[in-house]
Design a protein. Structure first.
Length: 326
């Protein structure tokens, strides 16, 4: 039994199924203009070489490049392959992206973080498709002995996370979403990019229904949940995306956990049920014209009001919402 089915069985009687609907007239709430002005959503991607830490402490092998040369090649090759993958996207995907690409390369330990702002849910499919194509090409053509793995999730600024400029000019995200990203990356493996439920929802919404976009992705669901954080719950379903078929000459590294292929329509339905069980909702995208994303809910407005109020009090502005504190 896969994880989404287990969640229905084990949690259905314990978690409220009252769903938070969209607000019909959010503009009547005084906090809404601040939310419209400041709320931002980012797609964050973490890419790293599989087993890089072990390679650093392994005995030197004259027949193979050392860890420094391997890491330098990784830093150079992945951005090049990403750029090529964006150029190779089918035109509908390129048109949706409008030239926006994962960028902002930042080294964290042995891994690299990329991010891009998300205005509409359909943009996520193009970015993830480019990521799948680039990492697959890296693992197949360039570094078969030391493949890479990746994870993708969303950061919401300033409601759940904060974005800060570092001294070297790079951007850093801090918050619960980054903790979840760490957990997701821990379950990533070559040819299987771990994604959060919100990213998976946007992918399924783009790959199904009216106006579906072209893609060459396959969705997979793991048998065991991710150990990590997810809005107060101690579990998160294990969802991968990857190429439709693994190359015959490149088996998965190590022991592969059990997985089941999920068609986007089927997975989207499971995620919808999961949101109802968790009293969760799709993320608010202020520039999206889709009814499922374009309007905030009472939940989002409450979170934003609490964030603005807490910062206003901390900076001596009183309880009145103050845009300058964000």
């Amino acid at each position: 039994m896969v994880v989404l089915q287990m969640i229905y069985t084990d949690r259905n009687q314990q978690i409220s199924t009252v769903f938070d609907p969209l607000i019909e007239r959010p503009e009547q709430d005084p906090i809404y203009p601040l939310l419209q002005a400041k709320a931002e959503v980012y797609l964050v991607v973490r890419v790293g070489l599989d087993g890089m830490r072990d390679l650093k402490y392994a005995s030197p092998d004259p027949s193979r490049p050392g860890w420094k040369a391997t890491f330098d090649a990784f830093l150079e090759d992945v951005p090049t392959l990403m750029a090529a993958s964006y150029e190779d996207l089918k035109r509908p995907l390129r048109d949706v992206l409008g030239g926006r690409r994962l960028a902002g390369q930042r080294i964290v330990g042995e891994d690299v973080l990329y991010f891009v702002g998300v205005d509409t849910f359909r943009e996520v499919l193009g970015h993830v498709q480019a990521l799948v194509d680039a990492t697959t090409a890296f693992n197949e053509r360039l570094h078969r002995q030391r493949p890479c793995r990746a994870a993708a999730w969303l950061c919401g600024v300033p409601i759940s996370d904060v974005k800060r400029q570092t001294k070297d000019g790079s951007v850093a995200f801090v918050g619960p979403s980054m903790d979840l990203g760490d957990a997701l990356f821990g379950r990533a493996r070559p040819f299987r990019i771990t994604v959060s439920t919100q990213v998976a929802t946007m992918l399924c919404d783009s790959m199904t229904g009216e106006g579906r976009l072209p893609h060459s992705l396959q969705c997979y669901v793991g048998e065991q949940p991710v150990d990590g954080l997810c809005r107060g719950f101690e579990w998160h379903p294990l969802i991968w995306v990857g190429p439709p078929a693994l190359p015959r000459h490149r088996p998965l590294c190590g022991v592969a956990p059990r997985e089941e292929i999920r068609e986007p329509g089927h997975l989207g339905h499971e995620l919808e049920e999961l949101r109802h069980i968790n009293n969760d909702r799709r993320w608010f995208l202020k520039a999206d014209s889709d009814d499922r994303y374009r309007g905030p809910t009472q939940y989002w407005l409450r979170l934003f009001r609490e964030e603005v109020g807490a910062r206003s009090v901390a900076q001596g502005s009183g309880s009145t919402p103050n845009l300058s504190v964000l």
